[in-house]
Design a protein around this ligand. Structure first.
Ligand SMILES: Cc1cc2nc3c(=O)[nH]c(=O)nc-3n(C[C@H](O)[C@H](O)[C@H](O)COP(=O)(O)OP(=O)(O)OC[C@H]3O[C@@H](n4cnc5c(N)ncnc54)[C@H](O)[C@@H]3O)c2cc1C
Length: 572
């Protein structure tokens, strides 16, 4: 019997209000203003998620000397030949349209050169300086303008509504709606929809040091896995080399100091204040994130660290005035934590930043579940083994827009599907579980253990025995969490309940990450196995795919270019 559940209907339901969710809403509305469109989000629209946190900028081939082919080759080579080439191609081609839409239609202002052209800066791992930005606070510019445009249209909002389950149709053949908890009251809300977009932005917040916003706990990925969708490349978790390290007492620890700092000539120093990156890679600090993070992890393992157990970032060898003007936000963030970025040293540590893995999807954003679409960081396949800095927000805006266009077409002439009431009852029972349990326990202890297991055994450097231990520890932690009681007297803004739900999603997805990491017996991009340090033959590249806890390796289709070839003309 379903308890008192508030019910709503909408043609298109969008989960998440990052770059993917908001672009989808605007494009669907543009395609057909008569549609009812609802954006449902765990936080406040325009104020949550990671697109708002984008610092460095947006990769796009705009300059005359650059080309989509070059952006594509950088993406494929950076992704160690694992990206789905059709998705990567769509990314680089449509990024040009989206950046123009952002400036010319939606009102963003990006930094310009003296001649009036858009300024594009250097980002690591790219052969051309193609990162469009607004100082070092690009995401605020993008999300503020997108949110204003959404507010100005007839698009409904469900804020502080947490999606907890994708509800299928009674025959299981399609998606019929989504179950939410209204976090402000603790009541359940059931929204029927003809099309649903999963755009909850992944978020590897199961690691001790992490960058994403606190509202992100892999809910979308956990829901997708439960709904029987395949997740690909889940072992590929990107660590950003320069997370701020300011002690355990502050949430600023783990937050990111942007890539452009290394692009502009920043150096990494060990505890003895000596530069070490040139010994690891000819590109030194401008090598890709995986290489720099691994080198840092190795230096930290040698024990030659800064006071908080990390390393140092130095910009002092550059012009301090220029650092202050080019990286105003970063300078202020460091000053808040007692560091002088422009003239001194800042303590840093690699920090979990981005999940390349996600739901398998087609280039029109459809998934294997009819009516369910995916875009942004919840999706998998665009980046392969490594995401280039600047390709994340391009990914969410490009595929968000594609999803909006596709969903507008999909819902035309369709009826609502009949909801599977058994699925709703089961989902509510699962959410109620911690409120009904008998044994009190310590949620924070579960979180700390999860952080430790993922950081030490499923993190930057992995091996078979550590991964096997991690799998056992994660299974045990899930049991611990499942039996833990939390106080449910007042459901309104019951953040302990939501913490429990966050951990539930994080544990489910951590187990998938660990399983995929066990299966990949080679080292590619973000995934490094010390017991299998070679990349394996690129021509035989395959990706991991997890479906209903079963793992398979699927061959990558080289639809545009094969390893050893290039799309660039006149390449030497
Ligand atoms: C600090 C930082 C800096 C970055 N800098 C760059 C950069 O310079 N360049 C770049 O390309 N990329 C950068 N990235 C990555 C980039 O932010 C992401 O790739 C991209 O913005 C993801 O967009 P999205 O729309 O998929 O998700 P997000 O923007 O994260 O939005 C996710 C949304 O889903 C909502 N949500 C989550 N769970 C639920 C739920 N259960 N129910 C309902 N709603 C839910 C969230 O509240 C949020 O609104 C950065 C990331 C971080 C963390």
């Amino acid at each position: 019997m379903i308890p008192n559940v508030k019910r709503l209907d909408t043609d298109i339901l969008i989960l998440g209000s990052g770059g993917a969710g908001l672009f989808a809403a605007l494009h669907a509305h543009k395609a057909s203003a008569d549609l009812s469109i609802t954006v449902a989000v765990k936080g406040l629209l325009g104020k949550c998620g990671c697109t708002r946190m984008v610092q460095g900028g947006y990769n796009v081939a705009l300059a005359r000397e650059d080309s989509v082919e070059r952006h594509f080759m950088d993406t494929i080579e950076g992704g160690k030949w694992l990206p789905d080439q059709e998705l990567a191609w769509k990314l680089v081609v449509l990024a040009i349209e989206r950046i123009k839409e952002l400036e010319n239609e939606l009102g963003c202002f990006f930094d310009r050169n003296p001649d009036g052209t858009i300024h594009q800066k250097a980002f690591a791992g790219q052969t051309f300086d193609r990162t469009v930005h607004k100082g070092d606070l690009t995401g605020i510019e993008i999300i503020n303008r997108l949110a204003e445009q959404v507010w100005a249209r007839d698009i409904s909002r469900l804020e502080e509504h947490r999606a907890v389950e994708l509800i299928k149709s009674i025959d299981g053949e399609g998606i019929a709606g989504v179950l939410f908890i209204d976090m402000r009251t603790g009541e359940y809300v059931l929204v029927r929809a003809k099309a649903v977009l999963l755009a909850t932005g992944g978020g590897p917040t199961m690691y001790r040091y992490h960058t994403p916003s606190g509202d992100k706990s892999c809910d979308g990925l956990a829901m997708a896995a439960r709904a029987g969708l395949a997740l690909r490349d889940m072992e590929m978790v990107q660590f950003h080399p320069t997370g701020l390290l300011a002690g355990a007492h502050t949430r600023m620890t783990g937050t990111v100091l942007e890539e452009g700092l290394r692009g502009a000539g920043g150096h990494l120093l060990n505890g003895a204040k000596q530069r070490f990156m040139p010994q690891y890679d000819p590109k030194a600090e401008r090598a890709t994130r995986d290489i720099v993070s691994r080198a840092m992890f190795a230096e930290i393992a040698k024990g030659n660290t800064s006071p908080h157990g990390g390393l140092y970032l130095s910009m002092a060898q550059l012009d301090p005035q220029k650092v202050k003007s080019d990286f105003k936000g970063m300078v202020e963030r460091c000053a808040d934590c007692g560091f002088d970025l422009a003239g001194g040293l800042v303590e840093v540590v690699p920090t979990a930043h981005y999940m390349m893995g996600g739901v398998e999807f087609a280039a029109d954003c459809s998934t294997a579940l009819p009516g369910l679409f995916v875009a942004g960081e919840d999706s998998g396949g665009v980046h392969g083994a490594n995401r280039l800095g600047g390709n994340g927000v391009a990914n969410s805006t490009v595929f968000g827009a594609v999803a909006g266009d596709t969903m507008a077409q999909w819902v035309s002439g369709r009826e609502f599907l009949q909801l599977d009431t058994g699925g709703i009852e089961a989902a509510i029972a699962a959410c109620e579980r911690p409120l009904r349990n008998a044994a009190k326990g310590n949620l924070q202890a579960v979180r700390e253990k999860l952080y430790g297991t993922m950081w030490e055994k499923v993190g930057i450097i992995r091996d078979a025995s550590g991964l096997a231990e991690a799998q056992q520890e994660l299974a045990q932690l899930e049991q611990e969490l499942d039996s833990l009681k939390i106080g449910g007297g007042n459901r309104a803004f019951n953040l302990t309940w939501h913490d429990w739900l966050n951990l539930k999603s994080l544990l489910a997805v951590s187990r998938i990450i660990a399983a995929a990491a066990v299966a990949r017996e080679d080292s590619r991009g973000a995934h490094y196995r010390s017991d299998f340090p070679d990349s394996g033959p690129l021509e035989a590249s395959s990706y991991t795919s997890v479906l209903d806890s079963r793992l398979s390796m699927k061959p990558v289709a080289f639809t545009r270019v094969k390893p050893g070839q290039t799309l660039l003309k006149n390449a030497v």
